[in-house]
Design a protein around this ligand. Structure first.
Ligand code: FE2
Ligand code: FE2
Length: 196
């Protein structure tokens, strides 16, 4: 497991709680994209059984997250919306190098970094949500705690897969660069009621 190099300030969670409806809509989109991304990895690396198997499982798990978030949305009479550009993910994607091996390694490592940021931020949301008296409030907090654990596991999964295919030193060296880039990037993004 690695550590992110920029800590999201606590007022980010306040921004989220101030417009939780907007956050849920964005969160649903993020889970749907995560599921689609995992499925596209499975297809792209059809010759690598460990990737295929892990990415199908991941795709299903992210789709389950999507289903749960949509349930929360429906209870609040919120509708799904078309995907918005995610400046964070777009900028990270631009770091993916060409060349079959470099491209493969970068996609895995960025997957891990994005999961780690997701885990960090869902954790902040879970902590900021009120304990509440109602079962709905209880469930919402528990849901974000569970999501945090899940995305935390995914962070490890991507690194493990990278180490199945590349020497540990190569993985560590590239991860070092990407973590610096990610920290710099995320520190410049304005806080909004969205995952990124
Ligand atoms: Fe997820
Ligand atoms: Fe995930």
């Amino acid at each position: 497991m690695f550590k992110l190099r920029y800590q999201t300030p606590s007022d980010w969670a306040k921004t989220v709680l101030d417009d939780f409806d907007a956050f849920l809509i964005d969160h649903a989109g993020a889970e749907k994209k995560a599921s689609g991304m995992a499925m596209s990895m499975a297809l792209h690396y059809a010759d690598k059984p460990d990737i295929v198997s892990a990415m199908i499982d991941l795709s299903i798990e992210e789709l389950e997250h999507f289903r749960e978030v949509v349930k929360l949305m429906t209870a609040r009479q919120l509708q799904l919306q078309k995907d918005e550009k995610d400046p964070y993910v777009n900028q990270l994607r631009k770091q993916v190098r060409n060349g079959r091996d470099d491209y493969f390694l970068d996609r895995l490592l960025l997957g891990g970094v994005i999961e780690a940021r997701g885990a960090e931020r869902f954790g902040l949301v879970a902590a900021a949500l009120p304990e509440g008296d109602s079962s709905a409030e209880h469930e919402l907090k528990a849901f974000y705690q569970a999501i945090t654990r899940s995305e935390d596991r995914h962070q490890g999964l991507f690194i493990e897969l990278a180490e199945n295919h590349f020497p540990a030193a190569v993985v560590a060296a590239r991860l070092d660069q990407l973590l610096d880039f990610e920290a710099q990037l995320v520190s410049t993004l304005p806080a909004r009621a969205a995952l990124h």
